[in-house]
Design a protein around this ligand. Structure first.
Ligand code: GTP
Ligand code: MN
Ligand code: MN
Length: 375
């Protein structure tokens, strides 16, 4: 018979095709509850438990309509006992006592606050918590704390960076990048990836892929683009990384690591905004409140055209979809998928692709458009 994952993916595709675009409140409640428990588990270092809750939330997200009875739950894949119990509780009482208890926990609140800082991961957040730090003020006022440049920028622009980025803002930034790129290298192809490519109306950052139809022409372009934007005062923070696929990526590395080797920059842009737009003015009454710009996180990734379809698939997400797809490739197809290539471990060869459709074909899956990848 067909593998559970394949069934899951095709079941999932059908559901996504049928779903209504509007989020209904109860469903939102259920997903949020499971996501809270997932976060809490990861803060406690239980990655397996965290993933189980993410899976359950993802299943709910892909349902065509709101779940109303626990019986419907029993027919769904991917629901463990714990997730079922929580959902049942919310269906019956309108809330989950366990989830409420978690959100009240000081550690949970602090970890959530700290890990929302650009450049701060679980380990750092946990260390700060153990040291007794509890608020952004504590971090800002601490004398002995050693912050990286990235964390400093993250802390400085915390409020802006935790405001959603709109589709219009994302388009504006892509346009800015495109104009500058074209001034250096006509024909540069700029693609908005990440959540926006999946049709989301807002996101936490802007993910941009940069390539050129002629292999190799893209090399060195990013530093010029960043340099130019920087001289225009449009960059608040950047951290340029050279590509490393020449040395680090080889067919026999067989690495399933999610790290990729593209030239890239995880940066913060200074985006001009009309001062009456958004809640910037309403947030407080300090002189800052009249500022006419907003800090926006931007991920810029440069890829040679030969790897572009894989980079596009990898950077479109969602994270959970990527994780499931990679797991499926590996377990069911004995192929290693990452943002650079697909490697067939049986045939011992790299499978070249000219578009995303090719990759789905190699994996024996029906093509899923980006809007179906919101798992
Ligand atoms: P929001 O930005 O929160 O709206 O959602 P998003 O889906 O765009 O998330 P995010 O920007 O974090 O990531 C977009 C996609 O890029 C996801 O599928 C990630 O798996 C992928 N991604 C992010 N960072 C990396 C990275 O360092 N390496 C690789 N290979 N992929 C990454
Ligand atoms: Mn994103
Ligand atoms: Mn991103």
């Amino acid at each position: 018979g067909r593998s559970p994952m394949l069934l899951h993916i095709s079941w999932f595709t059908e559901c996504m095709a049928a779903r209504e675009p509007v989020k209904i409140e109860p469903r939102h409640l259920l997903e949020d509850a499971l996501e809270t428990l997932s976060k809490e588990a990861s803060f406690c270092g239980s990655d397996g438990r965290s993933l189980a809750f993410i899976r359950a939330a993802s299943v709910l997200r892909s349902l065509p309509s709101t779940l109303t009875t626990i019986e419907e739950l029993n027919r769904l894949p991917g629901f463990g006992e714990h997730s079922k119990r929580v959902v049942q509780e919310i269906l019956e009482d309108g809330f989950s006592a366990e989830v409420e208890r978690v959100t009240q926990k000081e550690k949970y609140q602090t970890m959530k606050l700290f890990t929302n800082i650009f450049g701060v991961g679980m380990k750092t957040a946990n260390r700060w918590y153990q040291e007794g730090l509890r608020s952004l003020g504590d971090l800002r006022n601490s004398q002995k704390l050693k912050l990286s440049k990235q964390q400093e920028a993250g802390l400085q622009h915390y409020e802006d960076l935790n405001m959603p980025v709109s589709r219009a803002e994302a388009d504006l930034i892509a346009k800015m990048v495109e104009e500058v790129a074209h001034s250096f290298l006509p024909g540069t192809i700029i693609t908005l990836a990440g959540g926006f490519r999946r049709g989301k109306l807002s996101g936490h950052d802007v993910d941009i892929l940069i390539t050129h139809a002629q292999e190799g022409r893209e090399e060195g372009l990013l530093s010029k683009v960043i340099g130019q934007l920087q001289s225009q005062g449009l960059i608040l923070y950047h951290d340029l990384k050279r590509n490393s696929y020449h040395d680090a990526f080889s067919p026999d590395s067989k690495s399933t690591s999610n790290m990729d080797h593209f030239e890239r920059s995880f940066s913060i842009f200074r985006l001009k905004v009309a001062s009456h737009i958004g809640d910037i003015g309403a947030r407080d009454h300090s002189p800052e409140s009249s500022k006419d710009w907003k800090a926006v996180r931007v991920d810029l990734v440069v890829t040679p055209i030969s790897q572009y379809p894989y980079a596009l698939l990898g950077w479109t997400g969602s994270k959970h979809f990527e994780r499931e797809l990679r797991r499926f490739s590996c377990n069911e197809k004995k192929m290693v998928l990452n943002s650079h290539a697909l490697y067939d471990t049986v045939e011992q060869k790299i499978l070249a692709a000219t578009c995303e459709e090719d990759i789905f074909l190699y994996l024996g899956l029906e093509y899923m458009p980006p809007s179906d990848r919101n798992a």
